[in-house]
Ligand binder design. Sequence first.
Ligand code: ADP
Length: 499
Amino acid sequence: MADARLQPVLDPHALARELSGKLLIGGRLVPARSGRTFDVVNPAKGDVIGQAAFGEAADVEAAVTAAAEAQKAWARVPARQRGKLVAECGRVLQDHVEELARLITLETGKALRTESRIEAGVLSDSFVYYGGLAPELKGETVPLLPTTLNFTFREPIGVVGAIIPWNVPLLLMALKIAPALVAGNAVVVKSAEEAPFTVLRVCQILSQILPPGLFNMLSGYGPECGAPLVAHPKVGKVTFTGSVETGKIVYKTAAEKLIPVTLELGGKSPMIVMGDAELDKAVDGAVVGMRFTRQGQSCTAASRIFVHDSVHDAFVAKLKAKVDAMVMGDPMDEKTDIGAIVSCAQFTRVQDYIRLGRETSGATAHVCSRLPDDPSLAKGLFVQPVIFTGLTNDSRLAREEIFGPVTCVIRFTDYEDVIAQANDTEYGLAATIWTRDLKIAMDAIHRLEAGLVQVNQNMVVQPNISYGGIKASGLGKEASLEAMLEHFTHKKSAIINMA
Ligand code: ADP
């Protein structure tokens, strides 16, 4: 059996060609019903790497039908058995980490060493983690009478529509698919336009282990493919990660159907550096938190860094030196820290924000690192990271999500004032505070309006830590046991009268 399994393919160009024009429906790679495709471009070099299948309503119909059919049998498989199979998926995905990392690097421009390998590793870990949680799909008993048994149990929802973005597609698909499957659901995944092939490859790998139709993968555009998936009458739950604007559209459609949704949307995460902070650690935390290695393309990016007046200048100098030392270049190169921006649209948007920042009175742009001089990257979408100082919290750069390597360092003097500024945003995804004062740390944990508050660290998402925003950053939680139980099952109550 093991020998018949797909072997890792380390040439991502070959893989992109092989997966071109395909969707995964009912366990088989098939073209879109219309036969249409769209180009997928390597952002680091500008070359077309393949053509993704252009999924539309007819493909959604086929995928949801296959999922609904497969789900009936899957729901009857004992939970521990489902968990074993999902954990097995994680172990097999581990063998494909390098392959998947190269392919995701090719289609998104993220650096292989600093980003893609790590993400592909977390994908595998998440399947193993959720596989192990299967026995936790249990209920409660409620005391009533000696002759009456009242108990609860967890039932799968049915077919889950999972819509993912391009910035960390493997991590985000894992946090959606793995708990949904363990809980007894079937899934239809819709990949982002920019990054369809790695998601398709993962689904192809999983289809060797899981029953056909249990999960299906569609590539395509939002209005033509994502929208009919959300609207499909047999889709009983939607889990979405993307922009606030699209999240609202998804929420409205789900409201018409009265189905539950999980929405992971944008962020403008504050990082507060108090005067007593360990400055070098805070600087390292800003580099990680701002996701400079991902070109800042993260909803949790620490894009508003409030630094106490007493350490502001030292912090900026150290941060600039750190980011300056980062190597921007070919994302496939092991020496590269920072790769390319994912698409022309995103590249233009980031440049527009940088121009706006430069034109704002009082602002200084500290431009870091160096553009690559390799001629093969001449058409690449590279943007030098920019640290702005002198901007206020009410400037557009401090209020709007840029999704690029641009951060604002804002000077403050008063703790009460900085908490108010940190919370003065429509978003509420994540926040950090850097201090040696435990009293201040605890106070900030309670008062910062965010789904995740960290003190003296800026860790990235982990499968076992509940993650999700408040305010415009979204609804519901991902990762953790809670996400599986609360967001991928219904709780049913039963009462047996034996009198
Ligand atoms: P981004 O700006 O990061 O691309 P989007 O919210 O536009 O964020 O996209 C995130 C995901 O949502 C992608 O897979 C995209 O195709 C999908 N999408 C876009 N529009 C819609 C829609 N109207 N309904 C459902 N999904 C959509």
